[in-house]
Design a protein around this ligand. Structure first.
Ligand SMILES: [Ca+2]
Ligand SMILES: [Ca+2]
Ligand SMILES: [Ca+2]
Ligand SMILES: [Ca+2]
Length: 282
């Protein structure tokens, strides 16, 4: 059908008038950032090292404003904690020799504490934390904490992220942290989480090894199924696939825990996903 000129012209005008407001709105939005930079003196820079390895955002105190952490690998302190106060971020806690922090109420006073670097840090005031040793000899470790032994304080799990060392469970009894080796040797066990994998009400431990520089050909991706008393049954998810900074979470929306795996420098580029089919198999 051939359009008559009188019908074409109104259509053109309508389209033109719709375009104009959206273009204007986009331009206004991109102009509303306030850029702060340590290069301009707005924020205290991290530790001065030149290999900043990670950033995390989460709430550490009870002011309902997110805090953030920057880590750096070449200089101490390796962890820099930033808290938002009066329009800016103040750098206010640093922890040497650590990898992977966890946040939990260790001493059961209803205030979250920080676990990391073989220590836990008690939140004693708005800007202050008091250091407490769990295992000073296992400072260069990743940390996770949870009620793996029911009752009392939550337990702490430390595992080596870079190097070879055991997975160790720490339980607080009679005012002392008692250690128990769960796996004798882990090779770069960078990925760590405490979860209830099989949904039996008892927390379990997930840990996966790297294949750093193509080494560790039998790299394990494992779950230690807990019984709530500190005993564990090992479930091997995979062998030979290297994982680094990977996650265990529900990926397909069916409510059970799946695994998102990525390597560091082994066989990259690569992604692996393990979909939990336990329920379907039963
Ligand atoms: Ca506490
Ligand atoms: Ca406990
Ligand atoms: Ca469980
Ligand atoms: Ca799932």
């Amino acid at each position: 059908m051939k359009l008559e000129p009188t019908k074409v012209i109104p259509l053109f005008i309508t389209s033109f008038s719709l375009l104009l407001p959206s273009q204007t709105a986009l331009a206004q939005t991109t102009g509303e950032w306030r850029h702060l930079s340590s290069k301009q003196g707005d924020i205290t820079p991290p530790n001065g090292g030149d290999q900043q390895t990670s950033s995390s955002v989460f709430k550490i105190d009870d002011d309902d404003i997110n805090d953030f952490v920057i880590t750096e690998r070449t200089k101490a302190p390796s962890v820099l904690w930033y808290k938002y106060t009066t329009g800016n971020w103040r750098r206010y806690i640093s922890i040497n020799e650590h990898e992977g922090l966890d946040l939990i109420d260790i001493d059961l006073d209803d205030t979250l504490d920080i676990v990391g670097g073989g220590r836990w840090f008690k939140h004693i005031g708005n800007l202050e934390f008091k250091e407490n040793i769990i295992d000073a000899g296992y400072a260069f470790s990743r940390s996770a904490a949870g009620q793996l032994v029911e009752g009392g304080r939550p337990e702490v799990v430390l595992v080596v992220g870079d190097g070879k060392a055991p997975i160790v469970l720490y339980e607080y009894q009679n005012k002392t942290w008692h250690s128990k080796i769960l796996v004798d040797e882990v090779d770069n066990g960078h990925s760590l989480a405490i979860i209830d994998f099989n949904n039996d009400g008892y927390l379990d431990i997930w840990n996966a090894e790297m294949r750093l520089n193509n080494g560790n050909p039998d790299a394990k991706n494992r779950i230690l199924l807990g019984d709530g008393q500190g005993n564990f049954e090992e479930l091997i998810v995979s062998t030979g696939i290297g994982l680094h900074e990977s996650k265990i979470a529900d990926l397909d929306g069916d409510g059970d825990l799946d695994i998102l795996g990525k390597p560091y420098n082994w066989d990259a580029p690569r992604l692996d996903i393990w979909i939990n089919t336990t329920d379907q198999a039963q």
